[in-house]
Ligand binder design. Structure first.
Ligand code: F3S
Length: 407
């Protein structure tokens, strides 16, 4: 790889041990993928924050980078942690785990990383603009940033994202290059799409098809009439999860779609295909489901306002987690939504989510509107799942919408 003078100095150790290690990681990565040079990045998002995933080895690596003088050079935020940093006790997190998780967060803070823990950094101040080169790690956020914003990011691993933060660089390959962003498969969406669950199911249907292909083409969706931010974040999360996609184009909706003609190869997605996908994500009896969660990816303030409206004056009958970023929760606090939600017995789980928190074994069945959450709830936590539209998830937490009125 051709390095600039400054990059070579980083590699030679002139900027300290941690920066040297970071540049070594990036050069190795660039060499593997045939990158000819580094690109400056303006934004980084680091995954692998939960101690549940990192373990002692990960914490040791972070401590070494702190001791080596590591310091973020660009705006950097974190993916969800394994617990609500301020309110972990209410969520039943083990104190020993909390102590380890706190050390992880402290290590990032010492490196100048902003400790906002969210998979929707684009809702919380880490917002790239069109065409910017960034290095993000969370798959749903990468897919959203590439597709909906038109920024450019590969899906980074935890170490390579940290390396990008400490150097302000990423190797020029993959999603950073025009040629890699060309669509290869047209998706004709014949099914009508209403809620997050529909968009999530669409991501699963397409993703399952992509998994069966040797080279996974970038998809170009047609006939989606409209899609809100919430629906696009649900779709991006699902397509990334089931199909490993980092980018899609959606005609009339995403910014790079106008640059391309629909590819000749095409697939139709019918209402039946969508219903079948939803049924595959529902393998549990609602009465037996003992956990309800909304916020995968993290909720917007609009979604939280809707939950507050539906829960006002009622009591939930199931454990109900509402997962979001801390800054969004703070808006909810100010607007009185938090009070309304918590009065119902539902719980905020800021900074974390139902997948990265260590809750395996605590619940058996989960109700959600998120196709991505269904995938990981069954794969990682071995929960059975029920996929429902957003409002119906809240009604399920209330016991079929018949929650006891406390007024
Ligand atoms: Fe975010 Fe956790 Fe879902 S990181 S996308 S809420 S699995």
């Amino acid at each position: 790889m051709k390095l600039s003078k400054e990059e070579q100095a980083m590699l030679d150790g002139d900027h300290g041990k941690a920066t040297q290690k970071a540049m070594e990681i990036l050069v190795a990565l660039g060499t593997i993928y045939g990158a000819e040079r580094m690109l400056p990045v303006t934004s980084v998002q680091i995954a692998g924050v939960s101690y549940d995933n990192l373990g002692e080895a990960g914490l040791h690596f972070l401590t070494e980078m702190v001791d080596g003088g590591g310091r973020a050079r660009v705006l950097t935020t974190l993916n969800p942690a394994g617990m609500d940093i301020e309110n972990w006790e209410t969520l039943g997190i083990d104190p020993e785990f909390a102590e380890k998780q706190t050390r992880v967060i402290d290590a990032f803070a010492q490196m100048g990383v902003i400790t906002t823990c969210t998979c929707t950094p684009y809702l919380s101040g880490n917002v790239p603009h069109y065409g910017e080169h960034i290095a993000w790690a969370e798959s749903s956020a990468v897919c959203y940033a590439n597709s909906v914003i038109g920024a450019r990011s590969n899906r980074e691993g935890g170490p390579s994202a940290l390396a990008a933060a400490l150097t302000g660089r990423t190797p020029a390959y993959g999603m950073h290059l025009d040629k890699t962003r060309e669509p290869g498969l047209t998706i004709e969406v014949e099914a009508s799409l209403v809620g997050n669950d529909d968009f999530g199911a669409l991501g699963k249907v397409i993703g399952d098809q992509l998994q069966g292909m040797d080279s996974k083409p970038i998809v170009f969706l047609r006939r989606v009439r409209q899609a809100s931010l919430e629906q696009l974040k649900s779709f991006a999360a699902s397509l990334a999860t089931y199909g490993g996609a980092a980018l899609f184009h959606m005609e009339g909706i995403t910014p790079e779609a106008v640059m391309h003609d629909p590819p000749a190869d095409s697939l139709r997605i019918t209402a039946t295909g969508l219903e079948n996908a939803k049924m595959e994500m529902t393998d549990c009896n609602e009465v037996e489901a003992n956990f309800v969660s909304l916020g995968c990816p993290h909720l917007t303030i609009k979604e939280i306002a809707r939950i507050a409206e539906l829960l006002e004056g009622k009591q939930v009958v199931k454990e109900f987690w509402i997962t979001t970023a801390r800054p969004t929760k703070q808006i909810a606090d100010r607007m009185g939504y938090t009070e309304m939600i918590e009065a119902s017995g539902a719980k905020f789980a800021a900074d974390t989510c139902c997948v990265v928190a260590p809750i395996k074994g605590r619940f058996t069945g989960m109700i959600t509107d998120s196709a991505k959450a269904c995938y990981y709830a069954s794969g990682k936590n071995q929960f059975q799942t029920i996929l429902k539209p957003f409002d119906e998830v809240v009604f399920a937490a209330l016991g079929d919408g018949l929650g006891e009125t406390t007024l």
